[in-house]
Design a binder for this molecule. Structure first.
Ligand code: CDP
Length: 242
């Protein structure tokens, strides 16, 4: 797609959303039979699957920590998830995203309850349209809860940014590509603590405050959908006597 002249016309974005509007969001918990916990999230055109295995014995054993479990996180983009085929396997970007996703999730998990164990989190991007790290974190938090792992809080995440001089919530890839600023944020919604904050581009101090407050509002909405997905999951489990 060629760069359109303007990304916001009469207060509406290219996909018709208002600046503070999230894309359509759908979350389902417990979608993979063999994983200990799993979740599938669609946010606009993003389609992301998260799977959790563990707590289980850490291999290789020299990575075991005597006083805590270790959270391991792998973010991966399917070759068919983006317009131009993504070469399979890890690259600089996926190594970075795996690291920041782990750091965004670590503070909510009671890792100290499982010395020597590993908890493995896999984030698989099936279809990407910007905001995959944040949507992946949102999915992973639900998958961790679905695995029954004790947690202090959930983690909800979304990107905010600046497009045509306007602060917007939840950028699409067009907005990410042609906008001036992209700021992914993850929060612990109950405790109102930030566990991820990255920024590509610039904000003035005032813009930053406005963007952060918009990110919190977006995360609140995502948090409600996460809780709803977990409630649905557990009512099905009860019915099936699982
Ligand atoms: O996905 P996220 O916004 O967290 O990360 P990004 O590095 O800012 O990537 C933005 C978007 O660029 C992705 O979500 C994809 O839609 C697109 N992308 C792509 O088309 N091909 C890649 N190899 C990587 C990203």
């Amino acid at each position: 797609m060629e760069k359109p002249e303007r990304l916001i016309v009469d207060g509406k974005r290219l996909d018709g959303r208002a600046p503070d509007e999230l894309r359509p969001l759908r979350i389902k918990a417990g979608v993979l039979k063999r994983a200990d916990g799993s979740a599938y999230v669609e946010l606009g055109r993003n389609k992301i699957l998260a799977a959790v295995y563990g707590p289980r014995e850490m291999h290789p054993r020299h990575l075991q920590q005597p006083d805590t479990a270790v959270l391991r996180c792998r973010y991966n983009m399917a070759p068919f998830s983006v317009e131009e085929r993504k070469r399979p396997g890890p690259d600089r970007r996926s190594v970075e995203i795996s690291k920041v996703a782990r750091e965004a999730l670590e503070p909510v998990v009671f890792l100290e309850l499982y010395p020597r164990a590993a908890i493995d989190v896999f984030i698989e991007v099936l279809q990407a349209d910007a905001g995959t790290r944040t949507t992946g974190i949102t999915a992973a938090a639900v998958a961790l809860a679905d695995a029954g792992i004790p947690m202090r809080d959930l983690v909800a995440a979304v990107a905010v940014g600046k497009v045509d001089g306007t602060i917007v919530l939840d950028l699409t890839s067009e907005e990410d590509q042609w906008g001036t600023t992209d700021m992914p944020v993850a929060i612990m919604p109950r405790k109102k603590l930030i566990t991820l904050l990255q920024m590509d581009g610039h904000f003035t101090g005032e813009e930053f405050r406005q963007a952060l407050s918009l990110a919190f509002k977006g995360c609140e909405q995502i948090y409600e959908a996460q809780k709803q997905a977990l409630r649905e999951r557990y009512s099905v489990k009860r019915e099936e006597g699982e």
